[in-house]
Design a protein around this ligand. Structure first.
Ligand SMILES: Nc1ncnc2c1ncn2[C@@H]1O[C@H](COP(=O)(O)OP(=O)(O)OP(=O)(O)O)[C@@H](O)[C@H]1O
Ligand SMILES: [Mg+2]
Length: 430
């Protein structure tokens, strides 16, 4: 039969469109940030709903993986690997078994991971038990695609939701001690090995090297944002990012001298709020200077890493920085520090033990001076792990990545203390 040209052709065997939940059409669901989500399903129906949710526009930035096997598979999966931002667990089990599964998961779950449970039990005391364990949301099966989309999105958009992003600020105790190199390598490891979406913000606007280190020459970056404060929102900042690897982006410094970079103390507030709202890990590469805005950035970061070389000026400056920041942040974890460029031949150096005594804290890492390795990486626009994958310095960067994202403590505690999810979540906020 010849069809009328304006008639819409519908093939006999074409599947009917899935029914649309009309309530959802009216509902405003804020898009999820760039989080990693892993679902462990037990039924094909739920797996299909999650699969369809993955294609929803509101989850366009999220990375969603699906597998079968419920809590057992989840516990197995995270025994040796870091947990994502969100875990979705489906269980067909009875209440006691679900709770037992969650307790097992708590042993292997990193701080800060949010958990959504899907089950068939509709019971208030069970719901209370879930909340007590720090479960973020409970969805009653059967669930539709929009339930999954809503469940993930509202973890990050509810008025009382914790911002998705953690800010890590790295600064040198002296110029040229390798603070930027460490910030870039650690962010790269966070993105590659922990699969957390990360952004390196190069705040050394005149001379920053993040573009060189990642072999990128983006036409725009952090200067476009800081000089257009009225335009800043998540979408605007997103367009200024240049993608380096699957999970790593760069907010590059212009590294040009046609203007000067004198800023007010709060010049970067809006940029950081936008980044924090959309990206799990924000690495600030702070230049070695002391001004209103550098101090404010450090004080407001979630975690701080001071990089010091093994000499007296570094020791004095690192101690002053740590003392000052501890006093300004009495309710936060103290700033971390590490030593870099240790073991330059014939150079008298101050020992790590003396640093530990003066700073009343052990260094997170003592990174050796390796001019061949670091020089090759810097001149090729590569990371240390790309130049030499199994080098112990690359391993140190991975360890720093785990500690700075809170991915190490939980794994170390495994097999020992049984810590419920809630305690862990509280610890993270504390
Ligand atoms: N462990 C190391 N061994 C040898 N060279 C290193 C090491 N760490 C860093 N470098 C080199 O030291 C130089 C300075 O590093 P980087 O630019 O990261 O320092 P910085 O502290 O950020 O400096 P600035 O004060 O300019 O911000 C670079 O050439 C880098 O490759
Ligand atoms: Mg630097």
């Amino acid at each position: 039969m010849i069809k009328h040209p304006y008639q819409i052709a519908v093939a006999e065997d074409e599947p009917a469109l899935a029914p649309v939940d009309l309530r959802a059409a009216d509902e405003h669901i804020a898009p999820a940030p760039r989080v990693s989500v892993q679902a462990f399903c037990e039924t094909v129906e739920t797996a299909a709903a999650v699969q369809a949710a993955r294609d929803d526009r509101r989850l366009g930035k999220a990375h969603l993986k699906i597998q079968m096997g419920g809590a057992t598979a989840a516990v197995e999966a995270y025994r040796n690997s870091p947990t994502p931002n969100v875990i979705i667990l489906e269980s067909e089990n009875r209440a006691e078994d679900i709770l037992a599964g969650l307790d097992q998961l708590a042993e292997v779950c990193d701080a800060g991971t949010r958990v959504i449970v899907i089950g068939r039990i509709n019971d208030v005391s069970f719901y209370r038990e879930l909340t007590r364990r720090g479960v973020s949301d409970y969805l009653i099966a059967p669930v539709g695609t929009i339930d999954i989309v809503r469940g993930i999105c509202r973890l990050f958009s509810a008025p009382d939701a914790k911002p998705v992003g953690r800010i890590i600020a790295v600064i040198g105790a002296k110029g040229g001690v390798g603070a930027s190199t460490i910030a870039h390598n650690v962010a790269w490891a966070i993105a590659r090995d922990l699969a957390l979406d990360s952004v390196v913000t190069d705040l050394d606007l005149a001379f920053g090297t993040a573009g060189l280190d990642y072999n990128q020459d983006p036409p725009q970056g952090v200067a476009d944002a800081v000089f257009s404060p009225d335009r800043i929102d998540t979408g605007f900042i997103d367009r200024l990012l240049s993608k380096c690897t699957e999970h790593l982006s760069l907010l590059a410094a212009p590294a040009t001298l046609d203007r000067v970079y004198d800023f007010g103390a709060d010049a970067f507030d809006a940029i950081l709020d936008a980044l924090r709202g959309s990206i799990p890990c924000v690495m600030l590469d702070v230049p070695h200077q002391w001004s209103g805005w550098t101090k404010r950035l450090l004080v407001s970061a979630d975690d701080i890493l001071v990089v010091a070389g093994p000499d007296l000026a570094n020791l004095r400056n690192a101690k002053n920085m740590v003392d000052m920041l501890r006093a300004a942040r009495p309710n936060d974890r103290r700033p971390y520090y590490c030593l870099n460029q240790v073991g330059v031949p014939k150079r008298p150096e101050i020992a790590p033990a003396d640093f530990a005594k003066a700073l009343e804290d052990q260094p997170l890492a003592v990174i050796p001076f390796e001019p061949q390795l670091f020089g090759t990486a810097a001149n090729n626009g590569q990371m240390i792990a790309e130049v030499s994958a199994n080098h112990k310095t690359a391993e140190m960067f991975l360890q720093l990545a785990q500690i700075l994202t809170g991915r190490a403590e939980a794994k170390n505690a495994r097999g020992g203390l049984l810590m419920p999810l809630l305690t862990k979540l509280m610890k993270r906020t504390g």
